[in-house]
Design a protein around this ligand. Structure first.
Ligand code: NAD
Length: 332
C-alpha cells in the first residue's frame, strides 16, 4: 500500500472535501445527464479517495462514493427493484494493476483462469425481463437496487427483441448507448432548434432513455449490446462466452469482439488493437472488461458491496488532443 504521509486529521478533512466534490459530480452525471467534469478528472479524484480510505478504513462513511452505485432514482419514474443488484465495476489503469488483479483471482481459485475479454461500452446499464419469451419490463440500473421503469422507452429500441424465439422467462442485462453517428445527427438537430446540445454520446443516451414520453426516445434511435444473462435455469450455459453466444442466438445485439484467453495471454494485444481502433468505431468504448469465464467460478468469487470480484475494467487513457480531433470527425 502506498504511504500517503497524511495524518488522520488531514485524511479526514481531505475525505470530507472529496466526498462533497465527487457527490456533486455524480449528481450532475447520473441524475442530470450533464457532467461537470471529464471522466478522467472524476476518476483521478475518486482514486485519491480510494487510496486514503484504504489507508484509513475507519474513515469510510456510508455516503462515500466508494460505497454507492450510480445515483438517486428520478421520482417521476415508477421504480423497479433489482433482486440481484446491478453493480458497478472495479477498474485498473495500467497493465501492472491488471496483472495484480489477475494474480489475486488465480490465488483465490488456485489455478490459471480463463477470461472472457470484452469491450467496455460507454453507455448506461439496462435490465430486460422476459416472461414466456415476451418482454415485460425494462429498467435502468438506478442506485443498483432500485432502478427506473423505462419499459415503454426500451420497447422503442429496434435492437431489443420484444418476443424471443423460445418461451423463456429470464432477465438479461447489457448496455444501452447511442451510436456516434446518431449523436451527431441529434446534436445538429438540437443546435438548429436552438436547444442545448449533449456533452457526449453517453449523456445523450442516458438523457434519451430517461424520458417520460417514449415518443421522444423513439426519435433518438438508441442501440444496445447485451452481455449478461442473470438467470440460467432453462439454458445450457456454463461460461460467459456461451452466454454471449446464447444471447446472440436469441436475437439480442451482442458485441462481436469478445474472445476467451487463458491468463492474460493475448489481453495486451486486444487492449492495444481496440485502443487504436477506438475512434473509428461508431460507438463509444472507454476500456476493456475481463470476466472470469466460468460462471461457477464467478459465483465462488462473489461481490464486494459495490463490484463483482470476478470482473475488472481496464480503462483506456483519457483522450489526447489528437484523438479528440479524430473523434471530431464524427461531427462533420
Ligand atoms: P463503470 O461505468 O465504470 O462500470 C460499470 C458499468 O460498465 C456497468 O454498469 C455497465 O453499464 C458497463 N459496461 C460496459 N460494457 C460492459 C461489459 N462488456 N460488461 C459489463 N459491463 C459493462 O462504473 P460506474 O460506477 O457506472 O461509473 C463510473 C464511471 O462513470 C467512471 O468511469 C467515471 O469516470 C464515470 N463518472 C463520471 C462522472 C463525471 O462527472 N464525469 C461522474 C460519475 C461517474
Amino acid at each position: 500500500m502506498a504511504d500517503l504521509n497524511l495524518t488522520k486529521q488531514a485524511a479526514n478533512d481531505e475525505l470530507a472535501q472529496l466526498r462533497e466534490t465527487l457527490n456533486k459530480y455524480r449528481e450532475a452525471y447520473y441524475t442530470q445527464d450533464a457532467p461537470l467534469v471529464e471522466d478522467s478528472e472524476y476518476d483521478q479524484q475518486y482514486n485519491r479517495l480510494l487510496a486514503i480510505e484504504q489507508e484509513y478504513p475507519d474513515l469510510v462513511t456510508p455516503d462515500s462514493p466508494s460505497q454507492l452505485v450510480g445515483d438517486s432514482v428520478d421520482p417521476e419514474f415508477n421504480k423497479v427493484t433489482h433482486d440481484i443488484p446491478m453493480l458497478s465495476m472495479g477498474d485498473v489503469f495500467s497493465e501492472d494493476e491488471l496483472a495484480e488483479w489477475s494474480k489475486r483471482i488465480e490465488k483465490n481459485i488456485g489455478q490459471e483462469a480463463d477470461y472472457n475479454v470484452e469491450l467496455k461500452i460507454d453507455g448506461l446499464a439496462i435490465s430486460l425481463v422476459y416472461e414466456n419469451g415476451v418482454l415485460v419490463q425494462g429498467s435502468t440500473r438506478g442506485n443498483g437496487t432500485i432502478g427506473e421503469n423505462v419499459t415503454e422507452n426500451l420497447k422503442t429500441v429496434e435492437s431489443i427483441p420484444k418476443k424471443l424465439p423460445r418461451p423463456l422467462s429470464f432477465e438479461v442485462r447489457g448496455e444501452c448507448f447511442m451510436n456516434k453517428s446518431e449523436f451527431v445527427r441529434l446534436n445538429n438537430e438540437r443546435q438548429a432548434k436552438g436547444q442545448q446540445v449533449f456533452a457526449n454520446p453517453r449523456n445523450a443516451a442516458a438523457g434519451s432513455l430517461r424520458q417520460l414520453d417514449p415518443k421522444i426516445t423513439a426519435h433518438r434511435k438508441l442501440n444496445t449490446f447485451m452481455y449478461t444473462i442473470v438467470t440460467f435455469d432453462d439454458l445450457n450455459v456454463s461460461t460467459q462466452h456461451e452466454a454471449l453466444q446464447t444471447l446472440e442466438e436469441l436475437g439480442f445485439n451482442v458485441n462481436p469482439t469478445a474472445k476467451v484467453t487463458t491468463g492474460l495471454k493475448g489481453v495486451k494485444e486486444y487492449i492495444e488493437h481496440y485502443g487504436e481502433l477506438r475512434d473509428g468505431l461508431d460507438y463509444g468504448i472507454d476500456g476493456v472488461v475481463l470476466k472470469v469465464n466460468d460462471l461457477a467460478r464467478q459465483q465462488q468469487l462473489g461481490n464486494t458491496v459495490k463490484v463483482p470480484r470476478w470482473e475488472i475494467a481496464y480503462k483506456f487513457p483519457p483522450e489526447t488532443s489528437e484523438t479528440v480531433v479524430k473523434s471530431i470527425e464524427w461531427t462533420i
